[in-house]
Write a protein of this length. Sequence first.
Length: 94
Amino acid sequence: MNCRFWKKICANNSMEDDKQVSLTPALLNRDSESDKKQYRSVLNLARKLEEKDILNIALTGPYGSGKSSILRSLKKDYPKYKLSLIHISEPTRP
């Protein structure tokens, strides 16, 4: 398992037996210290959407990296943007 994407459940490159983390998307709190780094993505996205020539965006990343959390937070904090989501999954390879 690659600990880079699983920082919450990896400790010293080994899984802790008693820790499980939900990967359910969450709203990011712009005022929370712990969400500050991730919320920067929401702010950058909102800033880009202000540009007249930006009509579509794509968020990519591995499972559990926070794509849905960013979109949910954008939708909550910037309701003027219309969001239409298309989920495309690449099949895993053996």
